[in-house]
Ligand binder design. Structure first.
Ligand code: GDP
Ligand code: PGA
Ligand code: MN
Ligand code: MN
Length: 613
């Protein structure tokens, strides 16, 4: 077995708690070698991964990787947040007793890294100097080199982050063991995979996957689940699956910050990377802060402040193209070090392709995401070349419109909090909500169609509170109360809004097209929102919030059919009244929900009834 002490000495890793942790887990998983990782090791690790065939070249400084065919998305039913307090049991966190589950997971991992290297990856999920830095440090132990390369892109990696710990023992212990992927019974009753966060021990134990959403522990398990728990345990912050962007109006000189939650694969990355619509000229610019996670707290100035704890983007490849997301394409150009996962690959030309990237190339030499040659396909085989959840991974610094102050420790003040999802009917383009309890209520009742980012759920309609359903760490009622407390403590409350880019033409003679063009045009409803907050546009009051009039919405250069626009800005009262019954059932699951939330629900229901007459 590896000489742990010597390796840690050589790396200059002195923190005795980290050393003890590495020693302990090396004893459990029994790797052949141990290596301490710094971001500066990237070039060498990439070269090794290319040599080992784990990565393949995809252009100058671009890389291609493929995951095991049954390991392409997060697995929600195998994911558990455990603690020692049964009161933490929620509807969605699959709560288990932490001691019991931690012990079982340890047994599952025993000896499973034999023959492999254990990489020690110290990381920080915060801009250095953040007031929340105490909750941000972690050390991932992983036996998977591509996971290390993803971590280097997605988090701030290096042992220096361990030196600045105020309490040297307070880092998240994040253990990732890949397991023998072809023999884990994925999706069968004998499934061996477990993705466990023992939140009150600040310990993450993931076994049985090397897919990013299951294996990049800084991002998903620490940045969301652990931080969700810590935010409440400390009483200090919220950790949410939110994008975060800035809008500058160069005519007025005003600057706004908007954050918000959309379920996975529902548009966060595209919105955060968006550019102002071309037709609006140079008046507005959009700054990128984050596309998947935001931590929110009350700043010294009394305002809600937010920051992105990540250092990179793990974006959905499908439909990323020059029209939908030119910013994303610039961030994965040659020289960026980007990694593509589970897209189609051409080993001869070293190109990558995905559905919606552009015209489909001719079959010559191409392989689909499984590595099967397209030329060998049977006639009529129309399976996508890229997996629908194929991804690109790149660092924030590669994003052309990343905000100049994206690493500002004090974060940015939040003007608006938005929720949205894939909803093909009922939800208008945007509705603004000024009341805090109604805003939190709206987040809790976020309902959307599920996507390919989670296994086996595509297209199913389901509630996803604040888009945190896969990441909630404790009971939903307490989560709602914590939200009311944190946002309620601000001296200047952000406005809330619900947005929907995905309403479809589903009428009797409708063709199912998206009513709203989406992508860059999504800035228009956001501009309306911040103007509404500033009192510049009144909107039209409805039972479910204030919606823009057609005159108020900036529509210059947009050629929308009048009927579509009308539908986008209309409330279907009967459909909404039906929805209220579903919501009541949904909320009833959360025992002890704050009375303010129920009051908000009843207010909205009564207003809808009054509207129906
Ligand atoms: P995220 O997973 O929430 O970050 O979502 P992404 O921004 O990666 O988008 C997921 C999928 O939805 C991609 O295939 C996008 O092309 C698509 N998408 C994103 N924004 C829009 C939009 O405004 N309209 C439509 N129709 N599709 C969108
Ligand atoms: P997404 O991020 O929200 O961009 O899809 C990854 C995930 O949530 O699995
Ligand atoms: Mn996400
Ligand atoms: Mn995303």
């Amino acid at each position: 077995m590896a000489d742990v002490e010597r390796v840690l000495d050589q790396a200059g890793l002195q923190n005795p708690h980290v050393r003890e942790y590495v020693r302990f887990w090396a004893g459990v998983t029994e790797p052949d070698r141990i290596e301490v990782v710094d971001a500066a090791d990237d070039d060498r690790l990439v070269a090794e991964a290319l040599e080992a065939g784990e990565l393949r070249p995809a252009g100058e400084g671009l890389y291609y990787s493929r995951s095991y065919v049954k390991d392409t998305a997060r697995s929600e039913e195998r994911t558990i947040v455990a603690t020692s307090d049964p009161a933490d049991r929620g509807v969605y966190n699959n709560w288990h007793d932490g001691d019991e589950l931690g012990a079982a997971q340890l047994e599952r991992m025993r000896g499973q890294s034999r023959g492999r290297t254990m990489y020690v990856v110290p990381y920080l999920m915060a801009p250095p100097g953040s007031p929340l830095e105490a909750y941000a440090a972690g050390v991932e132990l992983t036996d998977n080199r591509p996971v290390v390369l993803h971590m280097i892109r997605m988090a701030r990696v290096g042992i220096a982050h361990l030196d600045s710990l105020e309490d040297p023992a307070s880092f998240v212990r994040a253990v990732h063991v890949t397991g023998d992927l072809p023999n884990l019974g994925q999706g069968t009753p004998e499934d061996q995979r477990y993705f466990v966060t023992v939140a009150d021990r600040r310990t993450i134990l993931h076994f049985g996957s090397s897919y990013g959403g299951n294996a990049l522990l800084g991002k998903i398990a620490h940045g969301l689940r652990q931080a969700c728990y810590d935010g409440r345990a400390s009483g200090r912050f919220l950790a949410e699956q939110f994008m975060l962007l800035g809008i500058t109006d160069h005519e007025t000189g005003r600057r706004y910050h908007v954050c918000g939650g959309f379920p996975s694969a529902s548009g966060k990355t595209n919105l955060a990377m968006t550019l102002a619509p071309e037709a609006l000229g140079e008046r507005y610019t959009v700054d990128f802060y984050g596309d998947d996670i935001a931590w929110l707290w009350v700043g010294d100035d009394g305002r809600i402040r937010a920051m992105n704890p990540e250092n990179g983007v793990f974006g959905v490849a499908k439909d990323t193209n020059e029209h939908t997301n030119p910013t994303a394409l610039r961030s994965i150009e040659p020289g960026t070090g980007a990694i593509f996962t589970n897209v189609a690959y051409n080993p001869v030309t070293q190109e990558v392709w995905w559905e919606g990237k552009g015209p489909r190339p001719t079959d010559d030499g191409w392989e689909d995401w499984k590595g099967e040659r397209i030329a060998d396909r049977e006639d009529g085989d129309t399976a996508p070349w890229a997996h629908p959840n194929s991804r690109f991974t790149t660092t924030l610094a590669n994003v052309p419109n990343v905000a100049a102050d994206f690493e500002e420790p004090a974060g940015v003040p939040v003007d608006a909090i938005i929720f949205g999802g894939r909803t093909s009917d009922r939800e208008p383009l945007v509705r603004a909500i000024t009341d805090l309890a109604e805003g939190v209520y709206d987040g809790l009742t976020l309902g959307a169609e599920a996507t390919f980012a989670a296994d086996g759920l595509d297209g199913q309609l389901r509630y996803d509170p604040m888009s945190m359903r896969p990441f909630l760490a404790y009971a939903e009622a307490d989560y709602a109360a914590h939200w009311l407390k944190i946002i309620g403590a601000a001296t200047q409350q952000p406005i809330f809004a619900h947005v929907n880019w995905f309403q479809k033409d589903l009428g009797d003679d409708g063709d199912g097209h998206f009513l709203w063009p989406g992508y860059r045009e999504n800035l228009r409803p956001l501009l309306w929102l911040v103007r509404h907050q500033a009192g510049e546009v009144a909107g039209r009051r409805t039972p479910v919030g204030v919606i823009p009039t057609a005159e108020e919405l900036e529509l210059v250069g947009l050629d929308l059919p009048a009927a579509d626009l009308d539908r986008l800005l209309t409330i279907d009262v009967e459909r909404w009244r039906q929805e209220m019954g579903f919501r009541e059932e949904h909320l009833r699951q959360f025992e002890g929900l704050p009375e303010e939330i129920w009051e908000a629900h009843r207010r909205v229901a009564a207003a809808l009834d009054a509207e129906a007459g």
